[in-house]
Design a protein around this ligand. Structure first.
Ligand code: ZN
Length: 457
């Protein structure tokens, strides 16, 4: 009995030792190399140089524009020089929209100019439209409104968003921008104005896309700067009739397109297994797209370049995808999922930075149970960068949504987005808003995760 107890104790101890050996999925060698790459990243401003060049030499790059073509050419040349094994362009088709002219004013009761920005896929007013205003604070309220309350008027959607580290309030409010047009049009509205989906107090209007209408019958629609939306709110609260003049001229053509720019560092042992790093190359036409998403482009190219500089390729492939036209409906992302459907089961994981240029503060995942302890082990390797472990329900970047729906594991290296929506989709989205130290930290985090996943057994 005694011997048997000793023996079973020994067995139990052996099982524990065995389990802890099994539990560690990352080797010391892997970790050492990942940490050395992170040390280089923390001492290098290479990624800052990349976003500086993109935003200076190309600047704003509205999808389907001539500037977008220059952005694709810039990306191709940059990736070819960066030591990737494969660089290719894959065509993406989408309708092209363009703003030509925009102005707005209060006609009555207190005449004055307003700061606005046309929304993507907005129609035109064909000269100045003068009409009274009716306001709503939610899509539900607009949907519930009687048509006679809305017909012949300019609908003003007045929903204020607040700062949030993950940009959650923007996500909650975004349907107001995408969908108000449809409901307002159904009820006979003449035009649509929305309070900018932005934070902060600057007098910039935040543009952004509405849902694409293939029949090109969207209402004329624009965003108002926050202080201008406050101004309208004060007048409406006084009970007086508010009449606005709105003059929007836009252009839309059905046939247009651009390219997803794809570059691989081909794996040495399992080249078919892919770690995908994504960012979108297009931007709005108003700022220079430094935060959205030039900095994301720089983070992922900088990360992959560090891995390409190693004497030996990692076991798996690192793929950089610069997606076409995220801003007006995620056209490049959908096309990538379609064109690469057959190899999606070999996409080990995907990550995309697209929440500005704040430090990464949290590591979330959305991965299957078969990953076992790996998410926690990866999180442990990030903790020295001040990054916390989050849960297993990450939203993931916008271009990853089609991949997520098809079951590709998603990694969320969450940037601090508290101030992102002060600048987002405005003239104020420029290079000076990027803090170099935060960018270095982001590349360090991306390189640790990317390298470990690419080279682990
Ligand atoms: Zn973006």
């Amino acid at each position: 009995m005694k011997t048997r107890t000793k023996f079973s104790l020994f067995c139990a101890l052996f099982a524990v030792l065995q389990a802890s050996a099994d539990e560690s999925l990352l080797s010391d060698d892997n970790i050492k190399t990942a940490k050395s790459l992170a040390a280089i990243a923390l001492a290098s401003d290479h990624a800052h140089t990349l976003v500086r060049d993109l935003t200076t030499q190309v600047g704003p790059r509205l999808a389907g524009s001539d500037a977008d073509k220059r952005a694709v050419a810039w990306a191709k040349t940059t990736l070819e020089k960066a030591g990737f094994d494969v660089v290719k362009l894959e065509p993406v088709e989408f309708p092209v929209w363009k703003r030509k002219l925009e102005s707005a004013r209060i006609v009555a009761p207190y005449p004055q100019k307003l700061i606005i920005s046309s929304l993507g896929f907005s129609g035109s007013t064909n000269g100045e439209l003068v009409a009274p205003v009716v306001s709503f604070t939610s899509l539900a309220a607009l949907q519930d409104a009687a048509p006679e309350q809305v017909a012949g008027k300019i609908v003003f959607m007045n929903r204020q968003i607040e700062r949030h580290i993950n940009g959650d309030d923007y996500g909650d409010a975004a349907p107001i921008r995408y969908r108000s047009n449809t409901f307002a049009k159904e009820k006979g509205a003449k035009a649509l104005l929305i309070r900018s989906l932005g934070t902060g107090s600057h007098r910039f209007a935040h543009t952004g896309a509405m849902t694409y209408d293939e029949f090109d019958t969207n209402l004329p629609a624009a965003a108002l700067s926050r202080p201008d939306a406050d101004q309208l709110e004060r007048i409406l609260d006084s009970g007086q009739e508010l009449v606005l003049g709105l003059n929007l001229d836009t252009e839309q053509r059905k046939e247009g397109g651009s390219f997803n720019v794809i570059a691989d560092i081909v794996g040495s042992e399992k080249p078919e297994e892919i770690i995908l790093l994504g960012a979108h190359l297009d931007s709005w036409d108003v700022g220079t797209g430094a935060l959205d998403d030039g900095v994301g482009v720089a983070i992922i190219i900088g990360t992959a370049e560090l891995i390409a500089s190693l004497p030996k390729r990692p076991r798996r492939t690192i793929r950089v995808v610069l997606f076409a036209n995220e801003e007006q409906g995620g056209w490049g992302a959908k096309q990538y999922a379609k064109a690469h459907a057959a190899e999606l089961q070999n996409h080990v994981a995907a990550a995309e930075p697209d929440l500005g240029a704040g430090r990464i503060w949290q590591f979330e995942t959305q991965v299957p149970a078969s990953w076992k302890s790996l998410p926690e082990e990866l999180a442990n390797q990030l903790s020295f960068l001040g990054i916390e472990r989050g849960g297993n329900k990450t939203r993931g970047g916008p271009d990853l949504q089609p991949l997520k729906e098809l079951g590709v594991p998603i990694l969320g290296l969450n940037q601090d987005g508290t101030y992102y929506f002060d600048y987002h989709h405005t003239e104020d989205d420029t290079l000076d808003k990027i803090e170099p130290a935060a960018l270095r930290q982001s590349v360090a985090a991306y390189v640790i995760i990317s390298y470990l996943l690419a080279d682990m057994e």
